[in-house]
Design a protein around this ligand. Structure first.
Ligand SMILES: [Fe+2]
Length: 268
């Protein structure tokens, strides 16, 4: 089972800064072409937030056009640049969100790995959180199946990354409480996140937490306290989380834009 993770597309409209300066739409087109070129193909695609930049309907319409060639099931969760209502409207054909629930969180249980998508959005803020209601929801969902391998996907990683400028807009509340819930389970194979626009891995409350790079622009690695955050054009990438009964979950970073391939070396 191959789980592709793409994140932080920041799709914008023609002429706007994200589109002109960071070419976010053209980079997502390349990421889609990359996913389609993979052999074997991913079974499903997780899109871990900041799907668009301003959360307006026209951006979601453009996003849908770009993602259209993907046949595999797509599972979306919101990031801080998204708008819950506009996401619901844009993806009204998707049936995994409950209409009665304020939050865009859900469980997908039809694969060998159980998928739990969390909604960490605080409208109007860059940082994220899990409030009491969302923590209770997570606790209840995990309690439903303490055996099956499980992957949690969410936009904001509940960690301090060491990138101080990003950490100031990290996780406002509920991180420690989520950790206490996660710690009770041995079947959580991975927590995969976005938001930080860099590949990052951490041991976290008895599981492995990872952050995928953006399909477009990346955040420069600045570890200085009080340092400023630079946006840089390191190569965009997706992550491929490959599940096997015997191997468990193995994660690869796979670069999505064009790069030079000077020669092929045969390894014997
Ligand atoms: Fe982002």
């Amino acid at each position: 089972m191959i789980i592709a993770q793409i994140t932080d597309f920041h799709i914008s409209l023609p002429g706007q800064r994200m589109d002109e300066m960071f070419r976010t739409s053209s980079f997502l087109e390349q990421a889609v072409a990359h996913l389609l070129s993979l052999e074997p193909s991913p079974d499903l695609v997780l899109a871990t937030g900041d799907l668009v930049d301003k959360g307006v309907p026209e951006e979601y319409a453009r996003l849908k056009d770009i993602l259209n060639p993907i046949d595999a099931p797509l599972y979306f969760i919101p990031g801080n640049h998204d708008d819950r209502d506009e996401m619901r409207r844009a993806f009204s054909d998707l049936d995994y969100w409950s209409r009665d629930d304020e939050f865009l969180h859900y469980v997908i249980d039809e694969w060998p790995v159980r998928l739990i998508g969390l909604d960490t959005l605080i409208p109007g803020k860059i940082s994220g959180e899990l409030c009491e209601e969302r923590l209770r929801w997570l606790s209840d969902r995990l309690a439903e199946d303490p055996e099956k391998p499980t992957l949690i996907f969410m936009h904001h990683p509940p960690i301090k990354s060491g990138m101080s400028a990003m950490d100031r807009h990290g996780f406002d509340a509920g991180g420690a409480e989520m950790g206490a819930i996660v710690e009770r389970y041995r079947n959580i194979e991975r927590i995969v996140c976005g938001h930080l626009h860099r590949p990052i891995t951490a041991r976290w409350h008895g599981t492995v937490l990872s952050v995928a790079p953006s399909t477009a622009h990346q955040m420069g690695l600045n570890m200085l306290e009080g340092g400023r955050q630079q946006v840089i054009m390191e190569p965009p990438a997706c992550q491929l989380h490959i599940w096997g009964e015997e191997t468990g979950l193995i994660s690869h970073t796979s670069y999505t834009s064009e790069y030079e391939v000077p020669l092929t070396v045969k390894l014997s």
